[in-house]
Design a binder for this molecule. Structure first.
Ligand SMILES: C[S@@+](CC[C@H](N)C(=O)[O-])C[C@H]1O[C@@H](n2cnc3c(N)ncnc32)[C@H](O)[C@@H]1O
Length: 246
């Protein structure tokens, strides 16, 4: 009895060891799944520079929107944005807008839109510096400053605005649509001001990474570049200004 029980025990242990080894080996050497195509072909279309990269990882447009809403709808953060942060941000935005007024790029009569305005500090800033016809859009409305609207499909007629401002280019999953919508809703001669970051990687909610101004120049097909300058704007370091051709 004893002489057959020992080899059987060894055989069983060996089999168990081999199966465990194979299982762990397969798990650790499994290749990651291929990236999900984002559609729209932006990477190819944006051409030679490769200075604009769409982040992989969004399985669908809904998944992208859900991720954006995760932060924007956070009740604790909304409380902070509308109390502690409220005046501080408005005063920084106001200074940026006053500079643009001094350069005649923004007028008190400019019908203005802020894109991705969240709770609307930039809209409030525009109104405080005298640009009274100003409104924002965001996935989540914050009336009366911010209306509900997706920047990939702005809820406005062609040639509505004289001035558009945005500091959320990095949140665009489809940069071509983001810019196409700006150029559609801007009047001829209208001005678009973007605050972007070129040197720092934006937060985990960003949908693209921009490494130079070149892709913006390519995307703004119906506009001319007015100027690029360094700014200090809530972690964003570059102001890029375009004027839609007349
Ligand atoms: C970094 S926050 C900027 C908020 C605001 N501009 C500020 O400086 O306080 C990005 C904003 O973009 C909005 N957003 C993201 N994707 C959007 C989309 N597809 N259409 C409209 N807004 C969007 C988010 O809801 C969020 O409020």
């Amino acid at each position: 009895m004893k002489t057959t029980a020992i080899p059987r025990f060894f055989l069983l242990s060996l089999l168990l060891f081999l199966s465990l080894f194979l299982l762990t080996n397969i798990r650790y050497h499994r290749r990651p799944p291929p990236p999900v195509p984002q559609g729209g072909g932006q990477e190819d279309h944006l051409g030679s520079t490769q200075d604009l990269r769409i982040r992989p990882g969004y399985s669908s447009y809904d998944a992208y929107i859900r991720r954006q809403l995760d932060k924007t709808l956070n009740p604790k953060l909304r409380k902070i944005w509308t109390t502690r942060d409220w005046d501080r941000k408005i005063s920084v935005f106001s200074k940026h807008f006053q500079k643009l007024q001094a350069e005649n790029l923004l007028k008190n009569s400019s019908k203005s839109l802020c894109i991705g305005a969240r709770v609307g500090q930039e809209v409030e800033a525009l109104r405080r510096v005298g640009v009274s016809e100003s409104v924002g859009i965001d996935l989540v409305p914050y009336p009366p400053l911010v209306l509900k609207g997706d920047f990939h499909d702005q809820p406005f007629k062609n040639e509505t605005f004289d001035f558009e401002f945005s500091n959320v280019f990095d949140h665009a999953l489809y940069p071509e649509k983001f810019v196409g919508e700006i150029e559609r809703t801007l009047k001829r001669g209208g001005v678009c001001v973007l605050h972007v970051t070129l040197s720092r990687r934006p937060d985990k909610y960003s949908a693209n990474d921009l490494y130079s101004v070149t892709p913006l120049k390519d995307l703004f097909r119906r506009s001319e570049l007015v100027r690029v300058r360094k700014v200090d704007a809530f972690g964003l370091d570059t102001e890029v200004i375009f004027r839609k051709k007349r």
